[in-house]
Design a protein around this ligand. Structure first.
Ligand SMILES: [Ca+2]
Length: 468
C-alpha cells in the first residue's frame, strides 16, 4: 500500500491524471450563510473571488445543487448522514427551535453513520475544521462521529455569552474535545482554520484524507468577522471582507495541493450551508434566486457549488442536474470504495453527474426532492419543476411571515428567478409532484405526523456548558 501511494505521488508529480480505482483525497469546503450570487463565477460584481472562480474553470459548476434545509443544523445533519434532517431527528431542536443552541440536550445520534465514519472505514484520515453545529455535548462532538481531529467552534459564531449570560458559556474554540480559548477570537477564525487545514493536508499527503472544512464565515451575525489583512478591503463592507478572506483561504489550499503535487488526486467540493439571510441594508446575494436564507426558497437552499477533480470532473462545465448534499455520502463512499451504512439513507450515488455524463437528469427527478422548514414540508422539486405546496398554517412563508401559502408551480430550470407561476397550465405536473411529496411524507413524516422511517436524535440528560 505504501509503495502504491508513492507511485501515485510520483504520477501526480508527473501530472498524470487520476488513476481509475485510486481513492481520491476529499476536501469539502462548506461556508456559512454565503449566498449563491456572492462569487465572481456566479455573477458577483462586488466580491473578488479568483481562487473559487478557478475551481469553476478547472472543474464543474453545479447550478441545481441544494442543501436540505435553509438553516445550519439540519443542513449539516443531512450533509453528514445522507439523510433528510427529519429522518435523523435534527429538523428541530429539543426546545422547538430551528437550530441547536448552546448547552443543548440534543445532537446527532451517535448511532448515525457519518460521512467521516464511512470514509474512515475505507482508510481515510479525517479532520473537521471550522463550525460543527450537530451537538455541543461530548457524546455529539466530531471526534465521536468519525473525525480523527476537530478544530473550531461547536455551534454558530453569534451564540455568545452576552445573549444568555445565565445559561450560555463564552463562545468556545476547541481542539479535539478541549476548549482552548473562550471567548474565541472570531476575527482570526478563518486564518487559523486555514492554517490547521494546511497542516492536515501536509501531514496526510501520502494517504487518502478527508478534510471537512465548514468555515465559520460569513456566519450568523450582521457584521461578519475577518482578519486585519481583509478588513475594509472589499467593495461590500464586512460581509464582502469575509467572502474575500474565504477566497484567500481557498487559494491557500489550492496552492498547497499544487506544491505537494496531489491536486490530480484530490476532489474539492466548495459550497455553502444555506443562502444569505435578509439584512437591511442587504449584504449577501442569492441572485438569481428568490428569497433569503433560513426558509425553503430557492435563495435559501439552492447553493453555489463547485467541484474539481482533474481528469474526472469536466473542466469549465456548468451542470444543471438536480443534486443535493444528501448525495455526497453515497457518492463519496462509492469513490472511496467504502461500504454504505446499513441504515436507510435518502441520498443517491451521483457519480454520473459528477463525471458530466448527464447535465439535466438525476435520480431525484423520479423521486422528488422535498423542502422542509423544521418539521413542515413546504415544497418539492423534480426535473425542471418546483411545486410550493398549499399550506393553511405555514411555519413561515417566503417573506418571513406566518400564514397561509397558496399552491404555486415554477419551472426553476428555465425560470430560476420564479417570475412565472404556471400551475394552471400544468395540472398533471402539479398532481405528480404532489404525489411525490406525499410519498416522502409517508416515509419520514410531515408536521405532526411521524413517518416509519424516522430515527431519533441523540439525547443527553443534564447537558453542561463547554468550558476551558
Ligand atoms: Ca448557516
Amino acid at each position: 500500500m505504501k509503495s502504491l501511494a508513492r507511485l501515485h505521488l510520483l504520477l501526480g508529480l508527473l501530472g498524470v491524471a487520476a488513476l481509475p480505482g485510486r481513492q481520491p483525497n476529499i476536501i469539502l469546503i462548506y461556508v456559512d450563510n454565503l449566498g449563491h450570487g456572492d462569487l465572481g463565477c456566479t455573477g458577483s460584481k462586488r466580491h473578488r473571488t479568483p481562487h473559487v472562480d478557478r475551481l469553476a474553470q478547472e472543474g464543474s459548476r453545479f447550478t441545481s445543487f441544494y442543501v436540505a434545509s435553509g438553516v445550519c443544523t439540519p443542513s449539516r445533519a443531512a450533509l453528514m448522514t445522507g439523510c433528510y434532517p427529519r429522518r435523523v431527528g435534527l429538523h428541530v431542536s429539543a426546545t422547538g427551535g430551528a437550530v441547536l443552541q448552546p448547552v443543548a440536550a440534543r445532537g446527532l445520534h451517535p448511532d448515525e453513520v457519518t460521512l467521516a465514519e464511512v470514509l474512515k472505514s475505507a482508510g481515510y484520515a479525517t479532520a473537521c475544521i471550522g463550525k460543527w453545529h450537530l451537538g455541543d455535548q461530548p457524546a455529539f462532538l466530531p471526534t465521536r462521529q468519525g473525525f480523527d481531529a476537530f478544530y473550531g467552534i461547536p455551534y454558530s459564531d453569534d451564540m455568545t455569552r452576552d445573549k444568555r449570560p445565565d445559561a450560555w458559556p463564552e463562545l468556545p474554540l476547541m481542539r479535539g474535545e478541549k476548549v482552548i480559548e473562550a471567548p474565541a477570537d472570531r476575527d482570526t477564525l478563518v486564518q487559523r482554520c486555514t492554517q490547521e487545514a494546511l497542516h492536515f493536508i501536509q501531514a496526510q499527503q501520502a494517504s487518502p484524507f478527508f478534510l471537512y472544512l465548514p468555515h465559520t464565515m460569513p456566519g450568523s451575525t450582521p457584521h461578519p468577522f475577518s482578519s486585519a489583512a481583509f478588513r475594509g478591503k472589499s467593495a461590500n463592507g464586512s460581509y464582502g471582507d469575509a467572502v474575500e478572506e474565504l477566497d484567500w483561504s481557498t487559494g491557500e489550499i489550492l496552492n498547497t495541493l499544487d506544491r505537494l503535487g496531489i491536486a490530480q488526486h484530490t476532489l474539492i467540493i466548495w459550497t455553502s450551508d444555506n443562502g444569505a439571510p435578509r439584512r437591511s441594508p442587504p449584504q449577501g446575494s442569492n441572485a438569481p434566486y428568490r428569497g433569503w436564507g433560513y426558509d425553503t426558497s430557492e435563495g435559501a437552499m439552492r447553493m453555489p457549488c463547485l467541484m474539481r477533480w482533474p481528469g474526472v470532473i469536466p473542466a469549465g462545465q456548468v451542470n444543471d442536474a438536480l443534486c443535493t448534499t444528501l448525495d455526497l455520502l453515497p457518492t463519496l463512499a462509492a469513490l472511496a470504495g467504502a461500504t454504505l451504512p446499513e441504515r436507510e439513507i435518502d441520498g443517491h450515488d451521483i457519480r454520473p453527474i459528477l463525471r458530466g455524463e448527464t447535465a439535466d437528469r438525476s435520480p431525484w427527478d423520479e423521486k422528488g426532492f422535498c423542502f422542509y422548514r423544521m418539521g413542515q414540508m413546504q415544497a418539492v422539486r423534480a426535473g425542471d419543476w418546483k411545486l410550493y405546496l398549499p399550506l393553511t398554517h405555514a411555519l413561515q412563508d417566503l417573506r418571513g411571515r406566518s400564514g397561509p401559502v397558496p399552491l404555486a408551480l415554477y419551472d426553476v430550470r428555465h425560470d430560476p428567478g420564479e417570475q412565472h407561476e404556471v400551475s394552471a397550465q400544468h395540472p398533471a405536473i402539479v398532481e405528480r409532484l404532489t404525489r411525490l411529496a406525499q410519498q416522502t411524507a409517508e416515509r419520514i413524516g410531515n408536521e405532526d405526523h411521524p413517518g416509519p422511517g424516522q430515527r431519533p436524535a441523540g439525547h443527553v440528560e443534564n447537558p453542561a456548558p463547554l468550558l476551558p
